[in-house]
Ligand binder design. Structure first.
Ligand code: RFL
Ligand code: PHB
Length: 390
């Protein structure tokens, strides 16, 4: 098989790039290890920046998002038994975010790929990258016991944090920056009316909590848990009780509980690999960087990578201009690091750290106090939360 762009990973990054390139007549193939059902079973992000939504529309995948997604003009931050609103809209001169689940967005991308006859191969095993630094890189893989080969002009590593692409770069050609946090998030999805129309990020002495949603009948809640905990330690009853404890009393009193329909624990990590290009292979999304979910930046950082890569590929194939490809890593990383800084800051502001001293806790108090007494500080939070320009 031969193609122009071989894409490893059929998550949001790989599918969005595939769709955008195909619309420009740039032939590509997506290799995905899992089945479509498995990919759609992973409950992950929920908050999209407007820049991302615009890219989805450009990819002709925005119809359902615009119909079913909710525009959110603000978020709440709760602490000391009270909650305070951050008016994203007025602080950013009219910007906001869209609440639309990653599952739905990925489903829309799969449907669009199918409609266009896009080449997405599921159930591939043992994907390997060859001759990455040459003009004729290739991918080999196995499917149902058969060995296959795809010759490409470029390879895109969009295969997430545990993928094979980043690991194919020689150790001395890549630098990795990492911080692992000493806790995780336990997430619960429930078919209940959300406690609040807008997200509530809560800081409490027992740990962080988040009230989010997928729609007005589907809630998504999180509580900070120890890394030693497993999902089996958390009955629904224990989860709801803990969540209520960490929320202001008036919010807890309104919380409608129900059976969980999904429950999982995600560890928190900050990670960046530099550079995001090796030879003719480009890394995108979680394959190159991970953020703790506190700032809702992960999927959005992936989207900005895809924006830069897409435009760089179009310039290469339509105009013979390689400036975009040559500058991709530098440009993408500049934005990635800003997302890293914001996610790290939100995480430090709102979580309980096992080793934290009285001094650390007073600094958190002061950071929150400052935030809500300074228009400049609130504006900084708001402009990062809705997404810095691409
Ligand atoms: P993905 O989604 O991990 O997709 C990579 C795909 O590659 C496949 N794969 C392979 N395929 C072939 N061969 C191999 N060797 C392969 N190895 C892996 C995998 O099966 C998979 O399908 O990466 P991508 O596309 O870059 O997308 C990134 C996002 O998924 C991620 O950044 C977000 O989910 C992060 N995130 C959030 N981001 C936001 O912007 N807003 C949020 O509100 C938000 N909330 C979250 C989150 C992530 C969370 N978890 C579980 C980590 C909340 C949580 C709890
Ligand atoms: C979610 O709804 O899953 C979600 C929302 C905001 C975050 C993280 C996760 O910051």
């Amino acid at each position: 098989m031969k193609t122009k762009v071989g894409i490893i990973g059929g998550g949001p990054s790989g599918l969005l790039l595939s769709q955008l390139l195909d619309l420009q007549g740039i032939d590509n193939v997506v290799l995905e290890r899992r089945s479509r059902e498995y990919v759609l079973g992973r409950i992950r992000a929920g908050v999209l920046e407007h820049g991302f939504a615009k890219l989805m529309r450009e990819a002709k995948c925005g119809e359902r998002m615009d119909k079913e997604g909710e525009i959110h003009d603000g978020i709440y931050i709760a602490y000391d038994g009270d909650k305070k609103r951050v008016d994203l809209n007025s602080l950013t001169g009219g910007n906001s975010v869209i609440v639309y689940g990653q599952t739905e967005l990925t489903r829309d991308l799969y449907d669009a790929r199918e409609k266009m006859g896009g080449k997405v191969i599921h159930g591939v095993e043992n994907v390997q990258l060859h001759d990455i630094t040459s003009d004729n890189p290739s991918l080999t893989f196995e499917k149902e016991g058969q060995s296959e080969k795809i010759e490409c002009e470029y390879i895109i590593g969009a295969d997430g944090f545990h993928g094979v692409s980043r690991k194919s770069i020689p150790r001395d050609k890549i630098k990795e920056y990492e911080r692992v946090y000493p806790f995780g998030w336990l997430g619960v999805l429930s078919r209940t009316k959300p406690v609040s129309k807008e997200l509530i990020y809560a800081r409490h002495e027992r740990g962080f909590a988040l009230c989010s949603l997928r729609s007005q009948v589907l809630s998504r809640y999180y509580v900070q848990v120890s890394l030693e905990d497993s999902v089996d330690d958390w009955s629904d009853e224990r989860f709801w009780k803990e969540l209520k404890t960490r929320l202001p009393e008036d919010v807890a009193a309104e919380l409608i509980t129900g059976d969980s329909i999904e429950k999982s624990i995600a560890p928190l990590r900050s990670f960046v690999a530099e550079p995001m290009r090796y030879g003719n292979m480009f890394l995108a999304g979680d394959a190159a960087h991970i953020v703790p979910p506190t700032g809702a930046r992960g999927l959005n950082s992936a989207a900005s990578d895809i924006y830069y890569l897409y435009h760089a590929m179009v310039d290469h194939y339509k105009k013979g201009d390689d400036t975009g490809l040559d500058n991709y890593s530098k440009k993408a990383l500049a934005r990635v690091w800003k997302g890293q800084r914001f996610s790290w800051w939100m995480t430090m502001l709102l979580h309980r750290f096992p080793q934290s001293s009285g001094f650390d806790n007073r600094l958190q108090d002061t950071d929150l106090d400052y935030l809500f007494s300074s228009e400049a500080a609130l504006t900084s939070l708001a402009e990062n939360y809705v997404g810095l320009p691409f």
